[in-house]
Ligand binder design. Structure first.
Ligand code: NZQ
Ligand code: ZN
Length: 394
């Protein structure tokens, strides 16, 4: 295990009814004028909005609203939010929704105290050192932004879907996690969320760092929990136990508990961000297409690690004479799992076109330090193109 510093200061209030404490938590973390950020209306239909606003009112906390945040959130809502916060002297951001809403709130948070354009933090022109505090009430188990040190926004001009540099400064002050609110998710969103969590674990699991047995076992446990819970939540949307497992697994998958002390990969995420930038697909659905293809592409770099993944996570039988057979079986089982959840597993199924592959690679190259990427195996433009072609097969 490598040397590490781990700082994860978010307070988590977990379980049915915890949303009633939102106002108290805002007050506890110094909020007195709130910007409530939410999406296209799911929070109004499932009761989260009513519960949260009632809790703010009970504490006498005034709030303003920024609604209509889209999935794969755009810069326009960030500029709008910064404007409201400055005009109304807002001192606390409360995100009610999923990764897109939370990331919008995070970006508004570090945009408000900065005189320049918030996008400067994404290009590296400025460094995030201050932010308005952010709290979250999570309604979808997926991106892990409720406990993470990152934030992903699409700049409308140029359609650039980039993550800001990771920093503990933007981890939420608190996150309310009531699994009950995730019962209203359409099956496709539950499945996409499960794929995203699995990818967050795999991006960390496939590492060149040795002696990482503890975090390997944490990864196995999280992956097996998601593999068991996601089909249950899809078959029975109000299965509270399955929803609860997914919700906490999603947080653990991405607050870095299972990634500390090891080099991480993140190539599949980098490639997927081009898919969701080009086709506006659900991030997790894009990962269901990319991740197995990436695995096939890099498998020979460390066949034994892929064989271990197959044995420990999917219960595949170890073929000691031919470990590559076991490795391949594990990847096939993962792809089958995604397919069984109703997720796309090919480029066409996610709405993408093979003729756009060169454009996606060129678009990636616009990012500062765009190539190479990937901590497990270095991916250059040619390799990215080959992986995307692998994504095209049935
Ligand atoms: O807009 P509404 O009406 O709320 O509908 C949303 C949205 O259409 C819906 N939804 C959410 N909760 C619901 C619900 N529908 C019914 N019932 C509920 N309880 O689900 C749709 C997707 O929401 P979104 O917030 O986009 O989902 P997710 O949490 O998967 O977030 C995806 C975004 O997070 C980024 C992704 O790239 C993508 O932009 N990521 C952020 C990360 C981070 N900050 O750490 C890491 C991830 O790797 C990821 O890149
Ligand atoms: Zn992700």
């Amino acid at each position: 295990m490598d040397r590490f510093v781990f700082y994860s200061p978010t307070l988590f209030a977990f379980g049915d009814g915890e949303e009633q404490n939102t106002g108290t938590l805002v007050k506890h973390f110094g909020g007195s004028r709130v910007l409530l950020v939410y999406g296209g209306g799911s929070v109004k239909r499932n009761g989260a909005y009513d519960a949260v606003t009632a809790s703010l009112q009970a504490e006498g906390i005034p709030y303003f609203e920024l609604s209509g945040v889209q999935a794969n959130p755009r810069s326009g809502k960030v500029y709008e939010g910064i404007e409201i916060c400055r005009r109304e002297n807002v001192d606390f951001l409360l995100a009610v929704g999923g990764g897109s809403v939370i990331d919008t709130a995070k970006a508004i948070g570090f945009g408000v105290p900065y005189d320049g354009d918030f996008w400067d933090f994404f290009t590296g022109k400025a460094k995030i050192e201050r932010t308005l505090p952010v709290g979250t009430v999570l309604t979808i188990s997926a991106a892990g932004s409720e406990g993470s040190d990152s934030c992903v926004i699409t700049l409308e001009e140029g359609n650039l879907k980039w993550g800001c540099p990771k920093t503990d400064v933007i981890r939420p002050k608190f996150s309310v996690l009531n699994p009950r609110y995730t019962c209203s998710l359409p099956a496709y969103q539950t499945a996409s969320g499960a794929a995203d969590m699995i990818a967050h674990i795999c991006e960390r699991y496939f590492t060149n760092t040795t002696d990482v047995d503890l975090t390997d076992r944490l990864c196995h446990a999280l992956l097996k929990t998601i593999l068991a819970a996601a089909p249950k939540a899809i078959a029975q949307p109000d299965d509270y136990a399955a929803r609860a497992d997914l919700m906490w697994a999603g947080m653990l998958a991405h607050n870095n508990s299972c990634g500390i002390g090891r080099a991480q990969d993140w190539a599949s995420h980098q490639i997927e961000h081009e898919l969701s930038a080009f086709y506006d697909c659900a991030h997790g659905a894009g990962l269901a297409v990319v991740m197995p293809a990436w695995m096939e592409f890099v498998m020979n770099h460390d066949v034994m690690r892929f064989a271990k993944f197959a044995v420990e996570v999917f219960g595949c039988e170890m073929d000691f004479a031919h470990p590559e057979v076991t490795a391949r079986a594990g990847i096939a089982r993962l792809r089958e799992f995604f397919r069984s959840l109703g997720l796309p597993v090919t480029l066409t199924q996610v709405g993408a076109k093979t003729e756009d592959i060169p454009a996606m690679v060129a678009h990636r190259a616009e990012k500062p330090a765009g190539f190479p990427f990937g901590g497990f195996v270095k991916i250059g433009p040619e390799e990215m193109e080959q992986i995307l072609h692998l994504c095209a097969r049935d």
